[in-house]
Design a binder for this molecule. Structure first.
Ligand code: FAD
Length: 317
């Protein structure tokens, strides 16, 4: 058995000839060992698209992985005044991108990355799948919902960003979920299948659940507290005793996604070429900080793709 990668004390192993990757007894991933991509682009927004498009033009074998194609931030814009040659709103923007994507043959793989493990090659896990890449471009955007006090202190110690990955660890326990939008309702119900009770703090209107052990709250909790692990969540009612808190929102803090990545708050620290402190890992778009604008995100996606291309060329020289 060979250890492939480690993060937050959990190790990923290759357990046999036929590739399977396990991080915990509860989680196992299917890994295609035949395939190591030149680059894995994580994030389906404009930064990720620009990176994937550029890698395609550079004839690099890239996987473009995103929770959703183009995403809400692109589609939701009512009218975009500052993107060259675009006269219209987010719907038109997405339409134009789709036309170009199809013409250029840029493939999109739907999936939410749960973790990126740095090693000889990078391993990106997404639900039950794991992908290998020589380089990674992180283009996961920023979450509109701000972090809750204490959230980052308990990463891997009771704070999670993926109910499907970690829900089984909380069998019979009381947990909380901070839920940014309705699209995560299914994940909350999945969690309720393991936990004895889920306190769901919903940040959107008309939240409804079908499981009897989900208690609905309509507020942003104030802080996560505990000792070695999460013990409490502070809210208006006082302190709720919980064993874990799930933050279900579009972008998890990059430090939660990639162990050892240098960040400043929600922002990845990069050089002008998009490089990070981890060799072979680049970042682009809102995830690298302000200004939060399409043109900057698209430009950085292109720069990160060229940097990954140069890194690969040097690695093989
Ligand atoms: C309503 C609104 C209007 C706006 N109008 C304008 C405007 O007119 N002009 C302008 O320049 N800017 C505008 N912006 C800002 C602009 O939307 C952002 O700057 C831009 O979308 C950033 O692109 P990005 O690719 O870096 O991030 P995002 O667009 O946020 O894309 C990141 C994507 O990655 C996905 N993702 C996150 N985590 C993961 C993961 N772990 N695995 C897989 N996928 C993941 C997300 O689902 C998301 O789709 C607007 C923003 C909003 C919200």
């Amino acid at each position: 058995m060979r250890i492939l990668a480690e993060k937050d004390g959990a190790a990923a192993f290759i357990t046999g000839e036929r590739a399977r990757l396990t991080t915990t007894p509860q989680a196992c991933y299917t890994l295609s060992m035949e395939k190591i991509y030149d680059c894995i682009v994580v994030g389906g927004g404009i930064a990720g698209y620009s990176a994937a498009l550029t890698l395609k033009s550079l004839k690099r074998d890239a996987l473009w992985l995103g929770a959703e194609l183009y995403g809400e931030k692109l589609r939701a814009a009512e009218y975009v005044r500052n993107y060259p040659a675009l006269v219209g709103g987010g719907a038109l923007f997405a339409e134009r991108l789709e036309e170009q994507r199809e013409k250029e043959g840029v493939l999109f793989t739907q999936g939410r990355a749960d973790a990126v493990y740095a090693g000889d090659v990078f391993t990106v896990t997404a639900g039950e799948n794991a992908y290998l890449g020589r380089t990674v471009i992180l283009a996961t955007g920023v979450s509109q919902a701000g972090a809750v006090k204490g959230e980052e202190n308990f990463l891997g110690r009771g704070v999670s960003y993926c109910a499907v990955c970690d829900g089984a660890l909380y069998r019979g326990k009381v947990v909380a979920a901070v839920v940014a939008s309705e699209k995560y309702a299914e994940e909350v119900e999945y969690l309720a299948g393991f936990a004895s009770c889920v306190h769901a703090f919903c940040l959107y209107r008309d939240a409804r659940f079908h499981a009897p052990n989900i208690v609905l709250h309509r507020e942003v909790p104030r802080a996560v507290e505990g000792g070695l692990r999460v013990e409490r969540l502070l809210c208006k009612e006082g302190a709720l005793d919980v064993a874990g808190v799930f933050f279900l929102r579009d972008a998890a803090p990059p430090s939660a996604l990639v162990g050892g990545l240098e960040t400043e708050g929600a922002q990845v620290i990069t050089g002008r070429d998009g490089s990070t402190n981890l060799a072979g890992l680049f970042a682009a778009g809102d995830v690298t900080g302000r200004p939060y604008q399409y043109a900057k995100a698209a430009g950085e996606g292109l720069v990160a793709a060229y940097s990954a291309h140069a890194y690969l060329a040097k690695e093989r020289a």
